[in-house]
Design a protein around this ligand. Structure first.
Ligand SMILES: Nc1ncnc2c1ncn2[C@@H]1O[C@H](COP(=O)(O)OP(=O)(O)O)[C@@H](O)[C@H]1O
Ligand SMILES: N[C@@H](CCC(=O)OP(=O)(O)O)C(=O)O
Length: 375
């Protein structure tokens, strides 16, 4: 029998629609800003893949890093206003560099700057979907980044790995490739000394005991934490993921035999269920007892008031909430059918104790997505 890893790597190598994300640390250096030689090498690999009949969306970080040198900033700024100023200058440089570089292959780029609302709100999500689909149909290469110059602290993604996972589902990608300054996932930060490379992640247990840390280059934002979270999101949605070094982009986009491969869940989540589980913002939390966790995760039942032990947040009926277990882990998300004000007096009570007008599921099974991540 073939291993799931072989299948995963083959699926990435043969994907007809692909999202590639490249991190700041692979494109920029603190002193010199944008490294166009590295950008050109990445574009070489992408253009080669496109020439082999793949529709490709590039999610590129690096706006803030590229804006440092022109503004005489020595290091990545910590405050939002200076980050936004750097991104404003850097995004222009980045877009220009991509247009020039793809131009060597007569490929046209289209810039897509997204805010979290564009994927979090359902109506905006469909709008973004239309834009990507049209750009790809016209043969352009969409180059995506967060719209850093207008994003405030509250509405910010701040994390292009997550943005790339959301875009991958949004465009119906067959695979996601995350390119960074590190060539794979290790069992600890490789900069801290000897560590073991993880070639494949086929289940949650492959992640047990790993020390997954932050960026040490000072340029990237989420470090390996955000890459693993994004890979789990995409894999849970049925999309295979490869994590590799940008310096190995030719191999990663070619035979895909480098880096760490994340095996996808067997079934692809529908757009609505993906949005509900991974893209929508959460307005509150429902605490579940052990029996309720088992009922919603294993038996795919609706959540009833009897299994709820507590309520946090100020939500309305119809909002998306997190369902958490006794250890405070978010185990599922769903659309709640009561306002936050109504719930406290219902929690723990069985349905036949409730007045007729309140005798309904707190979260209906059809509106509930278990977050089981990787198979
Ligand atoms: N377990 C780990 N395996 C690999 N890299 C790790 C790990 N823990 C932390 N890191 C760090 O994460 C960095 C990559 O994250 P980051 O700098 O944010 O990249 P990017 O800019 O590509 O998003 C690596 O350079 C490495 O120092
Ligand atoms: N949008 C920001 C990058 C945010 C981000 O996630 O950065 P990285 O960790 O380098 O992928 C920028 O272009 O500088």
């Amino acid at each position: 029998m073939r291993s799931p890893v072989t299948d995963t790597r083959e699926a990435i190598a043969s994907a007809r629609r692909l999202v590639v994300k490249v991190g700041s640390s692979a494109l920029t250096t603190a002193g010199d800003g944008l490294d166009t030689a590295r950008l050109d090498a990445l574009v070489d690999a992408i253009a080669d893949r496109i020439s082999r009949n793949t529709q490709l969306v590039l999610v590129s970080s690096g706006a803030i890093g590229a804006g440092l040198a022109p503004l005489a900033l020595a290091a990545r700024p910590r405050d939002l206003a200076t980050q936004q100023a750097a991104a404003s200058v850097g995004q222009l440089a980045l877009a220009h560099a991509y247009a020039e570089s793809f131009g060597r292959y007569s490929l046209t780029v289209g810039q897509v700057l997204l805010t979290s609302d564009d994927v979090v709100r359902r109506a905006h999500y469909r709008n973004a979907q239309r834009t990507f689909s049209r750009l790809l149909a016209l043969g352009a290469v969409p180059v995506v980044n967060e719209n850093d110059t207008v994003a405030t602290e509250e509405i910010r993604f701040g994390d292009n790995d997550r943005l790339a996972a959301l875009v991958a589902h949004l465009i119906g990608a067959d695979a996601l490739v995350l390119l960074s300054d590190v060539d794979a996932l290790y069992d600890g930060d490789p900069r801290d000394g000897a560590t073991r490379k993880v070639a494949e992640v086929t289940g949650e247990s492959d992640l047990d005991g790993l020390v997954v840390g932050m960026s040490s280059s000072g340029l990237g934002t989420g470090g390996m934490v955000s890459k693993v979270a994004a890979a789990r999101t995409a894999a849970a949605a049925g999309i295979p993921v490869l994590l590799a070094a940008a310096t190995q982009s030719a191999e990663a986009l070619g035979v895909a035999d480098v880096g760490t491969a994340f095996t996808p869940a067997g079934t692809r989540l529908s757009a609505r269920r993906f949005w509900l589980g991974y893209a929508a913002g959460s307005s509150g939390r429902l605490h579940l007892d052990h029996g309720a966790v088992e009922a919603v995760l294993t038996r795919r039942r609706s959540l009833l008031a009897a299994g709820v032990t507590g309520v946090d947040g100020d939500f309305q009926a119809g909002d998306v909430v997190d369902l958490v277990d006794a250890a405070q882990r978010v185990v599922a998300r769903g659309v709640v059918s009561f306002d936050a004000m109504e719930l406290p007096e219902l929690v723990g009570r069985s349905s036949h104790d409730l007045p007729a007008e309140q005798r309904r599921e707190v979260v209906h099974a059809d509106d509930l997505v278990p977050l089981s991540h990787i198979r």
